[in-house]
Design a protein around this ligand. Structure first.
Ligand SMILES: CC(C)(COP(=O)(O)OP(=O)(O)OC[C@H]1O[C@@H](n2cnc3c(N)ncnc32)[C@H](O)[C@@H]1OP(=O)(O)O)[C@@H](O)C(=O)NCCC(=O)NCCS
Length: 190
């Protein structure tokens, strides 16, 4: 049989991050830097997500208003990590906004998340997937039936990312601090 010239497909290393709730001693500046780096691609496209430009005090305030999870570099399939304490990603559950929130987020069976980010250095290795699973587990564990989020409407690839994971369009929303309309997505938890 003739051999293909194409190189054999090799999966990207899959990281198994260690995920835990943020602690008093954690450096919020690191979280802020990670957010700026992760949302940098949207900023470069002219969008103004809050997480892409907020200062350390805003990060601290936001994290304290809900349940903030941090993901640290875990063991990849193939090579040991250089530093097991490197911050790889974060997600914030049940943030309490000073601004008006979408009605969806206040429905009794709905949990919501925000400030979801993976450092570009770690993207595409399953860290986001692990954080989403942790968020869904958090919501199920507290009796919620649905999990919701808002995202920048112009980010078409991000919408597909969520749709592949069972999140579907519920409506739209305009936050006062962004220069784009947001989509509200929601998933039934089982
Ligand atoms: C959205 C975001 C958090 C996802 O994080 P991530 O760690 O890159 O996500 P994952 O690695 O779980 O999945 C990303 C893609 O990487 C690829 N991937 C994941 N694990 C992989 C593996 N083991 N092998 C090969 N490819 C893999 C997949 O293509 C996957 O997309 P698909 O499964 O939908 O096709 C991240 O891209 C990010 O920080 N974006 C900027 C901030 C942002 O927009 N946040 C959301 C605001 S609502």
């Amino acid at each position: 049989m003739a051999q293909s010239d194409a190189p054999p497909s090799r999966p990207q290393p899959l990281y198994h991050p260690h995920i835990r709730v943020i602690r008093e001693a954690d450096d919020v500046a690191r979280v802020t830097t990670l957010l700026h780096r992760a949302y940098g691609a949207q900023v470069a496209r002219g969008m103004k997500p809050l997480a892409g430009r907020q200062d350390v005090d805003v990060t601290r305030w936001r994290c304290a208003s809900g349940v903030c999870l941090l993901a640290f570099e875990g063991l990849p399939d193939f090579a040991p990590p250089a530093d097991p304490e490197r911050l790889a990603g974060t997600i914030l559950l049940q943030e309490k906004e000073p601004n008006e929130m979408p009605g969806l987020f206040g429905e009794p069976d709905v949990a919501h998340f925000s400030q979801f980010a993976v450092d570009p250095e770690f993207q595409g290795h399953g860290v986001g997937e692990a954080l989403l699973r942790a968020a869904e587990g958090f919501a199920i564990g507290r009796g919620f039936k649905r999990l919701a989020l808002s995202m920048a409407e112009p980010d078409v690839d991000l919408r597909r990312y969520y749709e592949r994971r069972g999140y579907w369009l519920h409506g739209t929303w305009q936050w006062p601090y962004t220069n784009y309309r947001s989509l509200l997505l929601c998933k039934m938890l089982t």
